[in-house]
Write a protein that binds this ligand. Structure first.
Ligand code: ATP
Length: 618
């Protein structure tokens, strides 16, 4: 990268600013510099550069950011079309600062890679110093980090304009960043970019609100009437019970008070029943809405486009749990039961074969809960016996030969305020089971070599592919620990028993970097394959296809031979046999499946394969 700032001058300016000297830099940039020096203890003389996460980590980040990716993609493409060939790259980072999507000029590929402006780069301010994504995440505000505003001198040729994207509940979902590799010296050159980016984020949030709140009234808001219909400044969603259910971030600023969950009439000086009057059908001119806090806004109400949500008795699932399946009845039941306990002190055991998504579900439960601490996963079978104790419980300074002089926090401590996921709990040794029991019973950890216990607040989700009750009976698992862990048992079905196979394949395909798609014959082969239990096999196939196809749709020939051949296998029951089972059982799917000698999901899949049923039914 050319145009780098002189290191000495740069470092000096940062240190002076961190000491509180006045500066002509923007206040948000100065605040970030100060955080970097005083809180994160970063050294401006060192080249920090973004870490590039592993492929596995990237897949995980993309899966967790599914809603963000879906929400932002259209807006990103639209924006990129306007700045194409102008030396820009558009990045989408999740709330942890990891780039989960990027659109850039293919001709600049080498330069972009060199600068780390690619998917999988991690831009948290704590690691990389002041940068667009990191500073935007830290402040929650739109920002331009222009050239020498960057903390790391090697980033100073760049100009990065980053805007926050919020979900409909007001939580920061991620950051959209437009970076220029060789921006002009003058920061004012980027003023327009900042405004364009803000408007792009606003429209993304607006589209997301409309898409996620089809059953609610949408109220578009603007301080003046001219833009109300074409580009409203903000919007809120109002549910059938008259309470505000969602908003775009600007609504919060426009109305200047908390909105989510509040009755409409508490925020505005109008009754919920008045909303139809503000709808376009009844009011050819925009309505004037008075706020309870004083002041007025122009408003246009759009009626619901879908029937009301949550019929009596149905559980409203939080988004992360909603995203663990695509209509499989057993998974739906699992998600509903899980949703009921996410914020309770009930221990959960996830039971299922290896690779069925136990950790994936545990993460979704953590994300659905109110716990703000981290999710820490421990594979009890993979930790080396000699290390397991110090890894779990930590140790005090110089606790044993080779120990770190400053001591170390254990994994249990790291999960404080969050969720501890204990995978393969059945493989834990009996002595360690005893120590874990103490942590769970007393809510405190005793580090190795220590004499003072430290309090911890953790929620435990454990997983096992073994039968823990049988292990208790044979004496290899402590009964008292079993009772502590065994609150709610959730059985995770293997892939072969899932009725949402097509959804699962599409979801995993969409999470590949190339976002692969399948031609109809390839899709048919994939659906006809008898998958084993492990989701990882689908991941492997999708990644292989992504590598082989380089962006074009996947053909049957691109699939591994055993899958490409699947459609010709004669293992299927004939259409006649399937229909006969159904007829004998008067259309009762479960009974027909029993009659055919298979489980319900397999029977259902066979019906689908034989073209006798739409996969979305049933
Ligand atoms: N519903 C899903 N959608 C997309 N990917 C999934 C889903 N469920 C699981 N996966 C992916 O499948 C892989 C295996 O899942 P996970 O590690 O959660 O399984 P596990 O049951 O905990 O495995 P193990 O028993 O080996 O620890 C992971 O990469 C995970 O991200």
């Amino acid at each position: 990268m050319g145009g780098m700032q002189d290191t000495g001058t740069h470092v000096l300016e940062i240190f002076r600013a961190a000491e509180g000297q006045s500066s002509r830099r923007d206040a948000d940039v100065l605040a970030s510099w100060r955080r970097c020096v005083n809180e994160h203890r970063l050294d401006p003389t060192r080249h920090l550069g973004p870490r590039i996460v592993t492929q596995g980590e990237l897949r995980q980040h993309r899966q967790e950011s599914e809603e963000l990716l879906r929400t932002a993609r259209h807006g990103m493409e639209d924006l990129y079309r306007r700045v194409n060939s102008m030396g820009y790259v558009l990045l989408l980072a999740n709330a942890r600062g990891v780039t989960v999507d990027a659109i850039g000029d293919a001709q600049l590929d080498r330069e972009l890679r060199h600068a780390g402006l690619i998917t999988g780069s991690e831009w948290h301010e704590r690691d990389v110093g002041t940068n667009g994504v990191g500073a935007c995440l830290a402040s929650g505000r739109a920002i331009t980090v222009h050239r020498s505003d960057h903390f790391d001198v090697t980033l100073t040729p760049l100009s990065c304009t980053a805007v926050p994207i919020h979900d409909t509940q007001g939580n920061l979902m991620g950051v959209l960043d437009l970076s220029h590799l060789h921006a002009p010296q003058d920061k004012i050159s980027q003023a327009l970019t900042l405004e364009v980016m803000k408007s792009c984020a606003r429209r993304i949030e607006m589209a997301n609100l409309v898409c996620n709140h089809r059953s609610d009234w949408i109220l578009r808001l603007h301080p003046s009437p001219e833009f109300l219909d074409v580009d409203p400044m903000a919007a809120v969603a109002v549910g059938a019970d008259g309470r505000i259910t969602g908003m775009t971030h600007n609504a919060h600023e426009l109305v200047n008070r908390d909105l989510i969950g509040r009755p409409f009439s508490e925020v505005f000086a109008h009754e919920f029943e008045d909303l139809p009057v503000l709808s376009a059908a009844l009011a050819p001119v925009e309505g004037v809405l008075e706020m309870q806090s004083g002041g007025i806004l122009f408003a246009r109400a759009v009626p619901p486009t879908a029937p009301p949500r949550s019929p009596a008795g149905a559980v409203a699932l939080p988004a992360p749990l909603l995203a663990i399946h695509g209509g499989d009845p057993a998974m739906q039941r699992l998600a509903e039961r899980a949703a009921k306990v996410v914020d309770r002190k009930i221990s959960v055991i996830l039971r299922g074969e290896t690779g069925t998504g136990k950790e994936f579900i545990a993460r979704a439960m953590h994300q659905s809960s109110r716990r703000r601490g981290p999710f820490v996963a421990i594979n009890c079978a993979a930790l080396p016996e000699a290390l397991i104790e110090s890894e779990l419980f930590g140790y005090v300074p110089n606790a044993f030969t080779g120990a770190h002089a400053r001591g170390k926090k254990g994994l249990i401590h790291q999960a404080n305020g969050g969720t501890l996921f204990l995978d393969e709990i059945g493989d834990m040794s009996l002595p360690l089971q005893g120590r874990l029991l103490r942590v769970l019973a007393e809510h405190e950890v005793l580090p190795v070599g220590g004499t003072r216990v430290e309090p911890v607040d953790i929620r435990v989700i454990s997983a096992s592919h073994r039968d823990l009750a049988a292990q208790v009976a044979e004496g290899s698992f402590r009964q008292d620990l079993f009772y502590r862990l065994n609150g709610l048992v959730l059985d995770v079905p293997p892939v072969r028993a899932r009725a949402d196979l097509e959804w699962l394949i599409d979801r995993i395909a969409a999470a590949t970097e190339e976002r692969i798609g399948f031609t109809p014959p390839a899709r048919q082969r994939l659906l006809a394959h008898d998958w084993p239990g492990n989701v990882r096999e689908i991941i492997n196939v999708c990644e292989l296809c992504a590598a082989l196809c380089e962006g074009r749709p996947v053909q049957p020939d691109d699939l591994p031979a055993h899958i490409a051949a699947a459609a010709g296998q004669p293992d299927r029951q004939s259409e006649h046999e399937l229909l006969e089972c159904l007829r004998q059982c008067r259309g009762n799917l479960s009974a027909a499946a029993r009659l055919a000698g298979v489980d319900r999901s397999t029977f259902y899949r066979r019906l689908h394969r034989a073209g006798l049923m739409d996969r979305r039914q049933g």
